[in-house]
Design a binder for this molecule. Structure first.
Ligand SMILES: C[S@@+](CC[C@H](N)C(=O)[O-])C[C@H]1O[C@@H](n2cnc3c(N)ncnc32)[C@H](O)[C@@H]1O
Length: 255
């Protein structure tokens, strides 16, 4: 099974870290916080969170051995990392902050998931989550359309990575129902000005297509990438620079 590729993911480090900082800005710093960062990736931003909040403890959780190998270098006083699947993991003690940037779209059933995460909060605890909301973007749509072509259909077995992200207002209602009445739920468009549409391919290779690569294997994945590139060019032309408008939902809530 192919794992995440930290080098590919970090090719757009600056662009990818902007929503993290916007999400962190929503968090109210409190003294001696206990925090978890779900889907912490390479751990660099987890360290930033830990230091920014002067947290007592921060635990970064991720399922990817390759990402955690990088994260290990950032561990230090109060800051540690653990390998676990968010779907099956729970903290041992209540948390002052349950934080997750750009990870929960990999998990299904956000109603049940957010209910579980809200259940981990200590009194006055805060939940802060950012997920992409760009299923309808043409670059995303084409990943599915190309994967459904006959030459890939056997290996993909009908699989399409559609983020199970809810409509933005559903998150607001859901958080309210979970008793998190003080909340900020907003959509933000991050405009990434790319050199050309080809750069979008490099972007999705670092995230969404990791899942396709696993299923297709090296030879088919190379063929898939060629066809995806052609399909993207046919739709977008050779626009230089290419404005990649990326919608994301940011939510923060507390009782
Ligand atoms: C797009 S990266 C985001 C990393 C980091 N939070 C950041 O902002 O740069 C998504 C991370 O979520 C992790 N992830 C995806 N599904 C997961 C799961 N079910 N359990 C734990 N980690 C998961 C991946 O391994 C990856 O490191």
């Amino acid at each position: 099974m192919a794992d995440w590729n930290p080098a590919q993911y970090e090719r757009f480090k600056d662009e990818r870290s902007r929503p993290f900082h916007d999400l962190l800005a929503l968090v109210e710093p409190r003294a001696l916080m206990h925090c978890v960062d779900l889907g912490c990736g390479t751990g660099e931003l987890t360290r930033h969170l830990h230091q920014h909040l002067s947290a007592r403890t921060t635990l970064g959780v991720d399922s990817s051995p390759a990402m955690l190998q990088k994260a290990a270098a950032h561990a230090g006083p109060g800051l540690s990392f653990a390998q676990a699947d968010i779907a099956a993991w729970a903290p041992e003690t209540p948390q002052d902050l349950v934080f997750s940037n750009a990870a929960l779209h990999w998990l299904n059933d956000h109603e049940a998931l957010l209910a579980r995460l809200a259940g981990w909060l200590a009194p006055g605890g805060q939940l802060a989550v950012q997920v992409p909301s760009n299923n309808d973007h043409i670059a995303h749509q084409l990943t599915h359309r190309v994967a459904a072509r006959p030459e890939f259909a056997d290996a993909m077995r009908g699989y399409a990575r559609v983020w199970p992200v809810l409509a933005i207002e559903q998150y607001s209602v859901l958080l309210h129902r979970l008793g998190l009445t003080r909340q900020v739920v907003r959509m933000q468009v991050y405009l990434h000005v790319m050199e050309s549409p080809d750069a979008v391919i490099e972007w999705v290779k670092g995230t969404l297509l990791t899942d396709y690569e696993k299923r297709l294997g090296p030879a088919l994945f190379a063929a898939y990438l060629r066809q995806y590139r052609d399909a993207l060019h046919a739709e977008l032309g050779d626009v230089r620079p290419y404005p990649y408008a990326f919608k994301r939902v940011l939510m923060w809530a507390t009782r």
